[in-house]
Design a protein around this ligand. Structure first.
Ligand code: PLP
Length: 466
């Protein structure tokens, strides 16, 4: 019998967490249940998710930055339906299909003039792996320099560039890398000086913590790379595609990286895709002769559905002026959040660029609040930011995330299509929760109650073998 997705979703409704708990990563199911995030979502549209009770959630996580255009964008759906109905000759492999060429043309045209070619793959991590290989080949050097707090994916090459030790533990030994503090020109100069570094791989705005380097760092970093013949690799997987109010975030500093990695939003949220843009000379080093035509490739790399998702996404970006819209909304959002920094001692900073925003919480100045803060932090580092995320979800039905382990930063990564209504709703919700956090222990009790209630819920029933 043909698979009927609607029927399957109806028949097995509500078994989600049991299935994950028993057959997949059990800890994910566990943590979501503990926080009371175990909802049964049935639909997504625009900036909103809907659950089986008909409740609506404002999605300020957007699939870790995938849904720049929001969910279920009609133009993307139409293009993908059309592509399937055309019975395209997909992945012939011994072929140069048109659609990958069209997407390469679009992406190269949007990059700086030094970028000449594109390689397609399936994810952000795979794009980073490609960048590492290309840089090593083009320079004949092995070492990669990366920044503390960096995140470039979790495959073994990308893991060697991860600023979070907890991610790496137990997975070594990894490739030769050197870590430098993000934004520290002198440290970068020291790391590049021996002349054995293939690439400096960096995010233009760091996702973990939403960290920005001083403006002056970027031209200096680029100059150092040029001087030491190290390639500059900009990982635009998260910050790229309009997220920061420019198509590529590195445009804010007028940079001309040798390699650019992309993924997430290019998929339109439908078909996984990754892209690596690079100079001609990098490409011609890797693909230097006819024998090397397949030296780096990936079975699903030029999947035509992914190419259609990318092309339709870029067309919608242009039609709806998404990049400038994100810039304008970002400015208005930060302006609306700033008064809360003045009003609430525990909100220390609002930072970011465009619609990549970090809310940093920290120790209050007044004595009574300081005691409450210290008691919380003694229970678990960065518990306060978790205490923000949970009531934002339960009271106000807004989905956000803590920016990184052990960091009191809540990250906002909304779809780029949000407007005044969503900004106002979020600011009011945050105001409400911060007011409670500064008034008494009520919010802490509410948080404790949510966690306790979730952990007391019935034990998962066994998954039926059907
Ligand atoms: C900057 C950056 N690079 C790479 C990745 C890895 O992407 P993926 O999860 O698609 O492998 C991420 C994912 O969050 C990212 O933010």
């Amino acid at each position: 019998m043909a698979f009927d997705v609607a029927q399957a979703l109806r028949d097995r409704h509500g078994e989600n967490f049991e299935l994950h708990g028993q057959l997949m990563n059990p800890q994910l199911a566990r943590v979501l249940k503990t926080l009371g995030f175990d909802r049964f979502y049935v639909r997504g549209e625009g900036a909103y998710l809907y659950d089986d009770r008909g409740d609506r959630y404002l999605d300020f996580l957007s699939g870790f930055g995938v849904y720049a255009l929001g969910r279920s964008h009609p133009a993307l759906k139409q293009a993908l339906h059309q592509a399937i109905d055309l019975d395209l000759p997909n992945m012939v492999q011994m072929d140069c299909a048109l659609l990958p060429g069209l997407l390469a043309e679009q992406l190269v045209a949007r990059a700086h003039p030094g970028i000449g070619r594109a390689f397609f793959c399936n994810s952000g991590a795979e794009a980073v792996e490609t960048a590492i290989k290309f840089a090593r080949h083009a320079t004949g050097r092995a070492r990669i320099v990366y920044c503390d707090h960096a995140f470039h994916g979790l495959s073994t090459g990308a893991l060697a560039l991860n600023g979070g030790k907890e991610f790496r533990q137990g997975f070594g030994p990894l490739i030769e890398t050197t870590e430098v503090p993000f934004g520290d020109v002198d440290a970068l100069a020291r790391a590049l000086a021996p002349g054995d570094v293939a690439a400096f791989v960096t995010e233009p705005v760091q996702g973990k913590g939403v960290n920005l380097a001083p403006d002056a760092f970027w031209p200096a970093a680029q100059e150092l790379c040029r001087r030491h013949k190290t390639l500059l690799v900009m990982d635009e997987v998260q910050a790229g595609m309009g997220r920061t109010g420019a198509f590529f975030a590195h445009e804010h500093w007028g940079l001309q990286p040798d390699i650019i990695t992309m993924s997430k939003a290019l998929s339109g949220g439908y078909i996984p895709v990754g892209a690596v843009l690079a100079t001609d000379s990098v490409f011609m080093s890797v693909y230097s002769s006819i024998e090397r035509a397949m030296v780096h490739s990936s079975t699903f790399g030029r999947n035509q559905l992914a190419m259609v998702a990318g092309l339709a996404t870029l067309a919608a970006f242009d039609d709806e002026d998404i990049v400038d819209r994100a810039r304008r909304t970002g400015v208005a959002f930060e302006k609306a959040l700033q008064p809360l920094v003045e009003r609430y001692e525990m909100l220390h900073q609002v930072r970011g660029k465009g619609l990549m925003i970090g809310l940093e919480f920290g120790k209050p100045t007044s004595r009574s609040l300081r005691m409450r803060w210290s008691a919380l932090e003694a229970m678990r580092t960065a518990l306060f930011s978790q205490m923000m995320v949970v009531p934002l979800f339960h009271r106000h039905r807004i989905l956000t995330q803590v920016a990184a382990d052990n960091m009191n930063v809540v990250k906002l990564l909304p779809p780029l299509i949000i407007g005044e209504e969503e900004v106002e709703y979020f600011v009011d919700a945050l105001d409400d929760i911060l007011r409670d956090a500064h008034q008494g222990p009520g919010l802490l009790f509410e948080f404790g109650r949510t966690v306790a209630k979730s952990s007391l819920r019935r034990r998962p029933r066994p998954v039926s073998a059907r």
